[in-house]
Design a protein around this ligand. Structure first.
Ligand code: FUL
Length: 697
């Protein structure tokens, strides 16, 4: 080699020392548990759908008892392609179908039971919904998942060892005949009353041991090596439930748990910072209040702001998002749900269409070994396989993105390179506004993805500072967005006296409403404050932004007679009126001295014709004292009581919705809601609201 060449090498060496150092810098070692390839694949899917369809669809129930007639199942227009199209338009990457819900009815012609589509009138018993779903998924490029309820209220062997063979036989059918399955879902509701082949009894099992999960998992791994397991039966799967079906996970969300031991609610919700197993969070919720289709919920389809909130509170908090679509008796998703899904898919796309940080000049307070390979630019290079990393000992560090000119934004997104573990414990975002740094947001964990929302800021630079981390931070992506504002529909309540109170989410917007069932517009009556009403009532309201003229979706609510003259009997606690104030967020719990059965007696002030009641439980996560088994009595004189209804509130623990129970019309002045059992197995009984349904005269 000649001298010139050595001279050239020397110059390069002097000018670009980092080039030479970088060759020797090794990547950070993984820290703590890391996701498996299957877990990572599902986390990267971000959102996927549920479809709930079974005999419940035809009986207007949430949980079937197991004795419902198979002849009810006869969808006239079943079209799994419509379901797949809807999921696709919502931006979902897969669909999990309720192949078998708790009632035991199978949507596929299982060889092992008569209780399936093969004995229904649909397609003369020749149909297979799972097969049609699998074909539709393939056509639309979606992955297929299976919900197979371990609890089977129809099977005569449920509770005996024989049922486990049956359960595994069904699992084998589903995991062999329908192509690749990305996720299998084992619901936690297990054991209790049921038909059980005619026994009509209550059967109790230990859900942690009865199913012999170890061998069931081995079967799944053998048949579908790429399938993840969701299991809420005290046994760890690949993903965890987040402790609520309301559509959010904790703001702090570790993808970790311990491999063994109990998982209390708070751990489901927040994960476990120092857990020894990777069990990522999956937020499951329905596009309507309930999982199965109920015509009464046609006006309760989640609005765009509600769906966007769920998006930010799941995907934006390091979880995957599982959104349910109930199927109607005709075999289709209702048009309102289709529209909501479409709007949602579009709004997410629009919000994240332009990443203002991408390829912008970015610097960092520390770069691993000063190597370009781990430089600040790797966080804005639109490639989540590369990352900004710091030296091993560094636990606080910052990254500054130069936007070049004053730029308006209201979202900040960050991602850790989780193949090396979840590390960040706390971080903040600041913006350089008119030459000085201003705090924009503070948060805790990042994980696979974290998105922060805040009021619009106009700044030239943005700084992410990791303020605390379990190990040196490894950030694969940072994004800055200016998402469109979406107006939220107002909340409507009717207080005890009968006053209607309408509250817009944004105090500056104007509310318009109607009381005659018509759809409100900006020409309808303007809301100027609470107003008195009498009798049964339907209120529809929207919020409108004066500046842009844009309107929210419409909030609709129906109210029975006002509860003006109602009085809670035998209770000397003013707070008890929370039950009657119309406000779903105020709650009251019976005193600690009470032992089950616990009664709530209400004097309605005068005799009325009653045909049902409503119970809204305390929606809180901690010790809400939700009633699961009840009796409902009425009386003319508060002495002689008549039992008019009794039973269970299905799935009320996971989904604490308003419960509506109807009975044959009866005259009464007093009502008594008797709690026989609660969700916590103790005597704590709480209520947000109790109301009656008066009979039409
Ligand atoms: C719950 C079930 O009991 C509901 O019916 C529904 O299937 C939901 C996804 O899981 O625990």
């Amino acid at each position: 080699m000649n001298q010139k060449f050595y001279f050239f090498l020397g110059v390069v060496f002097l000018l670009c020392p980092t080039l030479f150092v970088s060759a020797q810098v090794s990547a950070p070692n993984p820290f703590g548990p890391v996701p498996s390839a299957n877990q990572l694949r599902v986390q990267q899917m971000e959102s996927y759908a549920f479809v709930h369809f079974s005999l419940n669809t035809y009986t207007d129930q949430s949980w079937g008892f197991g004795n419902e007639d198979v002849n009810l199942f006869n969808p006239k227009d079943l079209d799994c392609r419509q379901w797949a199209r809807t999921c696709k338009e919502a931006g979902m990457k897969g669909v999990i179908i309720t192949a078998k819900h708790h009632c035991g009815f199978c949507l596929w012609p299982s060889k092992y039971t008569k209780y399936s589509v093969k004995n229904s009138p649909w397609k003369n018993g020749k149909g297979d919904v799972v097969k049609e779903m699998a074909a539709a998924c393939k056509e639309y490029g979606l992955k297929l998942g299976i919900y197979l309820s371990p609890w089977d209220r129809n099977n005569p062997d449920y509770g005996k060892p024989e049922y486990i063979t049956y359960f595994r036989n069904q699992l084998t059918e589903l995991l062999t005949n329908y192509g690749p399955i990305f996720e299998i879902w084992f619901d936690g509701a297990n054991g209790g009353s049921g038909y059980y082949g005619g026994a009509n009894e209550t059967r109790t099992i230990d859900r942690t041991t009865y199913y012999d999960w170890k061998n069931t998992y081995a079967l799944i791994h053998k048949l579908q090596p790429n399938c993840v397991i969701w299991n809420d039966n005290g046994d760890r799967g690949d993903l965890r439930w987040v402790g609520t079906e309301a559509g959010y996970v904790g703001e702090t969300n570790w993808s970790l748990l311990n491999a063994t031991g109990d998982v209390p609610y708070d751990m489901l919700h927040y994960g476990l910072e120092n857990g020894n197993a990777w069990v990522q969070a999956e937020v499951n919720t329905s596009i309507r209040p309930e999982w199965f289709y109920h015509p009464s919920e046609d006006t309760k389809v989640k609005t765009l702001p509600q769906l966007m909130d769920t998006y930010y509170n799941s995907i934006g908090r390091n979880a995957t998002f599982l959104l349910n679509f109930p199927i109607m008796p005709n075999g289709l998703i209702n048009g309102r749900d289709v529209e909501a899904a479409r709007e949602f898919g579009k709004a997410v796309k629009d919000a994240f269409a332009v990443d203002l940080a991408q390829l912008k000049k970015t610097t960092a307070s520390n770069v691993r070994g000063n190597s370009n390979q781990f430089g600040a630019g790797k966080a804005v290079d639109n490639n989540t396989n590369t990352y900004w990393a710091t030296d091993d000992k560094v636990k606080t560090a910052s990254l500054t993105i130069n936007l070049g000119k004053p730029t308006t934004f209201n979202r900040f997104l960050a991602q850790e390179y989780i193949r090396l573990g979840q590390r960040v414990k706390a971080f903040k975002v600041e913006a350089l506004v008119d030459g000085s740094w201003k705090d924009v947001a503070n948060a805790t964990t990042i994980g696979y993805k974290r998105i922060l929302r805040f009021p619009s800021v106009k700044a030239t630079k943005v700084r992410l500072t990791i303020t605390d981390s379990k190990s040196s931070p490894v950030i694969s992506n940072v994004g800055i967005y200016n998402a469109q504002q979406i107006l939220t529909a107002p909340a409507v309540i009717r207080d005890q006296s009968g006053k209607i109170i309408i509250t817009p989410a944004d105090k500056e917007s104007i509310v318009y409403y109607t009381l005659d069932g018509s759809t409100p517009t900006t020409h309808s009556k303007k809301y100027t404050g609470p107003f008195e009403t009498v009798g049964k009532l339907e209120v529809k309201a929207l919020a409108s932004d004066a500046a842009t003229g844009k309107s929210s979706s419409v909030m609709e609510d129906k109210f029975d007679l006002p509860r003006k003259d109602w009085r809670i009997v035998g209770v000397d606690d003013e707070k008890a009126n929370a039950i009657l104030d119309g406000d779903p967020t105020t709650v009251w719990h019976q005193g600690k001295d009470k032992k089950l059965p616990v009664d709530l007696i209400i004097d309605l002030g005068k005799e009325q014709s009653l045909s049902g009641f409503r119970y809204l439980p305390d929606p809180g996560l901690w010790g809400p004292g939700i009633i699961t088994t009840y009796q409902f009595y009425v009386s003319i004189d508060n002495k002689e009581w008549k039992l008019v209804d009794e039973g269970e509130f299905p799935n009320i623990k996971n989904n604490p919705l308003i419960q509506i129970k109807k009975f044959a019309a009866v005259n009464a002045r007093y009502i008594k809601l008797r709690a026989l059992k609660n969700t916590e197995g103790n005597d704590n009984i709480g209520y947000a609201e109790v109301d009656i349904i008066t009979a039409e005269r």
